[in-house]
Ligand binder design. Structure first.
Ligand code: ADP
Ligand code: MG
Ligand code: ZN
Length: 476
């Protein structure tokens, strides 16, 4: 039998607000345990939450960009459960009236274009972290993350392959980062994903029983977990067994998932409307203002770079894959760099330097004016490309002064043809064999001679000019 895999995603995204969702504690990642806390976020009796208006703004911005219907009237609910990372013993979330519903995200994979439907998007608070110390045999609670704002984005069961899931997550991540509502760092837990998966005979209109996999913290883990779980369910059914609806934990080290608990239902949580927070009413003016403030997103940038700068699609994709790279490109171009030159430097030297240093583009010390100056000097024939790369390496980490460095190290390209010709003549005199070889038809000998001249001039000549001068001197 041919089987079809059906997947729906629940993605939690930490919002990049400075303070928590219901108090003014910092949301900064890490920190000494239990230092980013107050009576509100540690759930002391008698405290009252107050909604951070930035959280609402970021959630609405995200929902608008994901083409959702925004609820003009929404509300928070209490989700009751006990776990040591949740000191209040309930999580403030949204069940009955979430802030947004019915969105759509277009994705592209090798199999073509597809729309993934968003079932809903809601706001909620994060829980703390339990830190297990196997050495001491202890588990400790760190409540710094309690009350960090989250949006949860729930899709319909629209995915059929791991590739589609990854394409969606990449698009989601790109959109949220461009909006500035989250840094989406998976390694810091800013973007976390639960994968709901079932299988069914291809062509069947009914959904199979699903399992939910948690603890997936990289795209690689997600792809592997999907392949593993689909195979597990198919084998189980083919052997006459039945899939049980349950929550499973993916163990990346073992490359396998195992059952964690049977799936809980909404009624297990005794949800009820949060009595300590007023309902949220949104005006049309508020929504219009947020719509108007939306920045240009990755897809729009790619289209514009292709149309306005004539850059190849693949260049556009690389540059817009990161908001900081796109900003660098736009600034360098605004400062007069030819777009293709700017793109080449960013895709080559800049990405190379970043990967060598294990650095994210947003943390890059090099600024646009410095890169633009370097490109301008190459364009004006003041620096040859190879020397420019050396200057780039020298100024990258400190955003150093390009002109100062060039002057200090005497790197300016020799513009004087006379000097170049003299050096060529000396090289010919010193290497009569090569000269004779070239005259005898060996084109290769010229390359050697160009190298000699470049060496004598310490790389400061334009190789094209040297080439031309040598050919002229060698001409019969
Ligand atoms: P719950 O809130 O109890 O986890 P939902 O019905 O809200 O359940 O669904 C959660 C996620 O599971 C959604 O992304 C949904 O698309 C997905 N899902 C639901 N049923 C299936 C199924 N049979 N196979 C795969 N995914 C499913
Ligand atoms: Mg769920
Ligand atoms: Zn607090």
């Amino acid at each position: 039998m041919t089987w079809e895999t059906v997947i729906g995603l629940e993605t939690h995204v930490e919002l990049a607000t400075k303070t928590k969702i219901f108090c003014s504690c910092t949301t900064a990642f890490g920190g000494a345990p239990n230092t980013h806390c107050c009576p509100v976020c540690t759930g002391m009796p008698g405290t009252l939450p107050v909604l951070n208006r930035r959280v609402l703004e970021f959630a609405v911005k995200a929902a608008l960009a994901l083409n959702c219907q925004i609820a003009r009237h929404s509300r928070f609910d209490r989700k009751n459960y006990f776990y040591p990372d949740l000191p209040k013993a309930y999580q403030i979330s949204q069940l009955y009236l979430p802030i947004a519903r019915d969105g759509a995200v277009d994705i592209r994979t090798g199999a073509g274009d597809k729309t993934i439907h968003i079932h809903e998007l809601h706001m909620e608070e994060d829980a703390g972290k339990l830190v297990h110390d196997p050495w001491l045999g202890q588990t400790r609670a760190d409540y710094n993350r309690c009350g960090v704002p989250l949006i949860e984005i729930v899709t319909r069961p629209d995915f059929r392959t791991a590739e589609e899931v990854i394409a969606y997550l990449e698009k989601l991540k790109e959109t949220l980062v461009y909006l500035g509502v989250s840094d989406c760092k998976m390694q810091e837990g800013s973007l976390r994903c639960d994968v709901n998966l079932s299988v069914r005979p291809l062509g069947s209109g009914r959904l199979g029983t699903r399992t939910e996999m948690k603890n997936l913290n990289s795209f690689k883990a997600i792809a592997r977990a999907i392949r593993y779980e689909a195979r597990r369910q198919i084998e189980l059914i083919e052997e006459g067994g039945r899939v049980i609806q349950e929550t499973r934990r993916w163990d990346e080290n073992k490359d396998a998932s195992y059952a964690m608990r049977s799936k809980e239902d909404a009624q297990d949580y005794r949800y009820f409307p949060e009595p300590d927070l007023p309902p949220i009413q949104l005006s049309e003016d508020y929504l219009d203002a947020l719509r108007a403030a939306r920045p240009e997103l990755g897809e729009e940038k790619r289209a514009r770079y292709q149309a306005d700068y004539g850059l190849p699609r693949c260049d556009c994709e690389t540059i817009t894959s990161d908001r900081a790279l796109a900003a660098l490109f736009e600034e360098v171009t605004a400062l007069g760099a030819p777009p293709k030159q700017g793109a080449n430097w960013i895709m080559g030297e800049v990405l190379g330097a970043l990967s060598q240093r294990g650095m994210e583009p947003r943390d890059m010390p090099l600024t646009a004016p410095t890169l633009a100056r370097l490109i301008a000097l190459v364009g004006a024939g003041k620096l040859n490309r190879n020397t420019a790369v050396k200057v780039f390496e020298a100024v990258f980490d400190t955003d150093g002064d390009v002109d100062g460095y060039v002057a200090e190290h005497g790197l300016e390209q020799i513009g004087d043809d006379g000097l170049v010709r003299e050096a060529c003549a000396r090289a010919l005199a010193a290497n009569p064999r090569s000269a004779a070889d070239y005259r005898g038809g060996k084109e290769k000998a010229l390359g050697f001679l160009v190298g000699q001249v470049m060496r004598e001039l310490k790389g400061r000549a334009d190789p094209q000019a040297v080439n031309a001068a040598l050919r002229e001197l060698l001409a019969p």
